[in-house]
Unconditional design. Structure first.
Lengths: 331, 331
């Protein structure tokens, strides 16, 4: 059995390749602004060849949440597949350097480590072209009582359902959680991902997933609702804990009869909105694993997201928790 | 024969691995603040294992100058050795994406692509630990009339003398320049590098090198002078064109009887001083290859350096030349 940790993330392990582009570039590659498209290796090379000079850094939605959770001071572990190549080494280094317990060794063969071409336009919006590479080889065999252990929370991302053994390995993780008393959280990833896997997500939410973290568009895609009121009404039919972010409108926590409406914190300037949702999830789940009140969890999630949108890059830096606690002291 | 370009850089091809550290970290690895130390592969792994999460981007002093020269609109080419690995692909991509003619194919075997661990402390100062890897395999055989062609200027960096065949390949480049009518510029890299190779640099400056680009500490190390006045007096004994940067004191261009003192442009806040010298060199050499007056070359170099210290990262962005020209128009 692994060391006990508070949070275990199971997700696509991706290195981001970030470059600035103009609107014409997005037209040329046929990418809708703000979209995330899965591409194959040949297309990845084609797009990379067209891109300007880039910067590389570890990314991936749930991986960002796990990194942020560790930087908040939580114990965390991670299951995701990289190859034994330089980008794989970079990804695993960046996780380990935060104290995250990386549970899979890099694969000796197979596809190269995944990369996401992040195309940042003049308005700061990001359009993503993702080559999943080694991620597609994450297998049921990688999700065992030995690799999972008994974390307080297992966090899965919707994108896992895009890989061949994804649905089966998610089911394996849920079964282990049930046996060990872990709670299962599901991040819905993006609304197109929800469209791709609505029935599977719905079945998982009805049976096995305890906590759903998502933005409002993703929840609406899952529940097929058309308005905020419609979504809130539909949520009453679920006994899961929903943590739903709404950008500048804040967030809503709904759990059975409990509904918490958490306002957003106004900021002078959004530097980079990337990772706001992942940071919210890190803060929210950190609070939850500390048995804080739901209102406090929502406040910490909001504090994390507010911090992240005022910096370049989507990961929570160390020291944030102390700032949060200080911000709550009466002056 | 290669396409004719204005600038050919010959240097160490390096990917920077940037991470924030505290002062205790520098003590722990025994690195003097602000220093550049050459390390072997085992030590590189050791230091990387101790570092926090990092960001990767193409670097290297003369490579930065070549990239900046291309972004100013100049035609440029590059000779430097990477391996056929992911970091090598990143380095060559970043150069090619700027239109730089990359003249060596990645090596199929040998050491991995070089990386420089850039440790950024709380004051924003950078301490560098460099693993030269594939750079050490750059050979005389790579510097031929075919790979060099007949650029207006060949720019060598002092760090090339740190590699086994460096002195010989520099001599080969100088011989080709002489045959083809190219001018040879030498960047002195850093003052410790000058200490390591003073006699060789001195011989090259006396015979073969036309232009010396360096900061004042490096020139003082070369000439073994102790004061600005001493350096200026010693320079009169040389017929080379010296472009000497002096941080906030600006720069001095000395060429025979011509001495131009170019003041620095005051800035409200230095965001990141990295690459200021490389950017100055890009602007200065760009002006020179356009046959601009020396005063104008110094102004453009200063403009480039001033821009670069107000941004994160050491490379000149596109569009700078237009801003420079606009800044010179009478209002």
């Amino acid at each position: 059995m692994q060391n006990s940790v508070k949070l275990l993330g199971i997700s696509n392990a991706i290195v981001d390749v970030l470059a600035h582009v103009d609107a014409a570039f997005l037209d040329k590659i046929g990418a809708p602004k703000g979209s995330m498209t899965l591409i194959d290796e040949a297309r990845a090379h084609e797009i990379y060849d067209m891109m300007g000079p880039a910067t590389e850094m570890s990314g991936g939605s749930v991986a960002n949440t796990v990194a942020g959770f560790a930087n908040l001071g939580g114990t965390a572990a991670y299951i995701g597949k990289v190859k034994d190549d330089q980008l794989g080494e970079i990804f695993q280094h960046d996780m380990r350097s935060l104290g995250v317990d990386v549970r899979l060794a890099p694969a000796a063969d197979g596809s190269p480590t995944a990369r996401c071409h992040v195309l940042i336009d003049d308005e700061g919006q990001r359009t993503m072209q993702t080559y999943l590479g080694a991620c597609t080889e994450l297998a049921v065999a990688d999700v065992t009582p030995e690799t999972v252990g008994n974390p307080a929370v297992i966090l899965l991302e919707g994108y896992v359902w895009d890989i061949a053994e994804g649905p089966a390995l998610a089911a394996a993780a849920i079964a282990i959680a049930r046996a060990n008393g872990s709670r299962v959280a599901l991040s819905l990833s993006d609304s197109f991902c929800v469209e791709r896997h609505r029935d599977a997500f719905h079945a998982a939410v009805k049976d096995g997933v305890d906590i759903v973290v998502a933005d409002e568009d993703e929840v609406a895609a899952l529940l097929q609702t058309k308005s905020h009121a419609g979504t809130m009404a539909a949520l009453r039919g679920y006994d899961n804990l929903f943590a739903m972010t709404r950008s500048e409108k804040g967030s809503v926590i709904q759990w059975g009869e409990d509904v918490i409406e958490q306002p957003a914190t106004p900021v002078a300037k959004i530097v980079d909105s990337t990772g706001a949702g992942d940071a919210y999830t890190a803060g929210f789940l950190f609070g939850l694993t500390q048995n804080r009140a739901l209102k406090d969890c929502a406040e910490l999630g909001t504090y994390c997201a507010t911090r992240v949108i005022q910096q370049v890059g989507g990961r929570i830096e160390p020291g944030l928790l102390a700032d949060f606690e200080a911000s709550k002291k009466p002056t």
